[in-house]
Ligand binder design. Structure first.
Ligand SMILES: [Fe+2]
Length: 233
């Protein structure tokens, strides 16, 4: 009997194309720590915003993604294809929220730790080559962020296939990879109202102008250098 049950399960998994998950235990997501104090980005971003953003908003994406992952595992175990399909939007939204915010905290750093210091070396040269100058890049990202309707993100990404920098926007919590499998996020700016409204009210352009004062270009440069190592003699 046990064999028959196992065999039915295997067939169900095979039908869903998810057999590889059958014997894996579910690994839950956790809220990552931020490497600086909530108030350390002031005056560019208030400590109150940072605390709520991290402890409430990001935590909610983590909690809801864990719930959806648990439901997914249950649906897969039962071979319940409609439930698997139904869970996709919750997984994209909450999983994307977790992915994007985990990058966002690393994209920022206090001024005392180099926040806002423009990138030196190969990323700095690539920005000049692709966009003309750092000022031109900031202007373009701010314009795209300001023009984004509803909630979403504006990204500086690296197209790993063509080794070139790109500016993209994504709606809601869609991660950059939804715009192309070869896109690596170097810098993501959260343009949801929860990222600025308590401090900047409805003046999104002021938030976008000020966030550059605490951008961690060192982190973006390390990612870039890893994919596009500087050739040395
Ligand atoms: Fe956010």
């Amino acid at each position: 009997m046990a064999l028959r049950v196992a065999s039915r399960k295997t067939l169900a998994h095979a039908r869903l194309g998810l057999g590889f998950l059958q014997s894996r235990s579910l690994q839950t997501l956790t809220l990552p720590d931020i490497s600086y104090d909530y108030g350390a980005l002031e005056p560019a971003i208030s400590g109150e915003i940072m605390q709520l953003h991290h402890q409430k908003h990001h935590q909610t994406y983590v909690t809801n993604d864990n719930k959806a992952l648990e439901q997914l595992q249950d649906a897969i175990t039962k071979g319940d294809a409609p439930s698997v399909a139904k869970l996709q939007s919750a997984l994209k939204f909450n999983g994307g929220g977790h992915i994007n915010h985990s990058i966002f905290w690393k994209n920022l750093t206090p001024v005392s730790h180099g926040g806002g210091e423009p990138p030196h070396g190969s990323l700095g040269w690539a920005i000049d080559a692709n966009f003309g100058s750092m000022e031109a890049l900031i202007k373009k990202m701010n314009a795209e962020g300001a023009a984004l309707q509803g909630s979403g993100w504006v990204w500086l990404g690296l197209d790993k296939e063509f080794k070139r920098l790109v500016i993209e926007t994504t709606p809601n919590q869609d991660p950059l990879v939804t715009k192309g499998a070869s896109l690596l996020p170097l810098l993501g700016i959260d343009v949801w109202e929860h990222a600025y409204y308590l401090q900047y009210k409805n003046v999104k352009p002021d938030y976008l102008n000020n966030i550059w004062k605490v951008v961690n270009w060192k982190y973006a440069s390390e990612l870039y250098e890893k994919e596009c190592p500087t050739e040395r003699d």
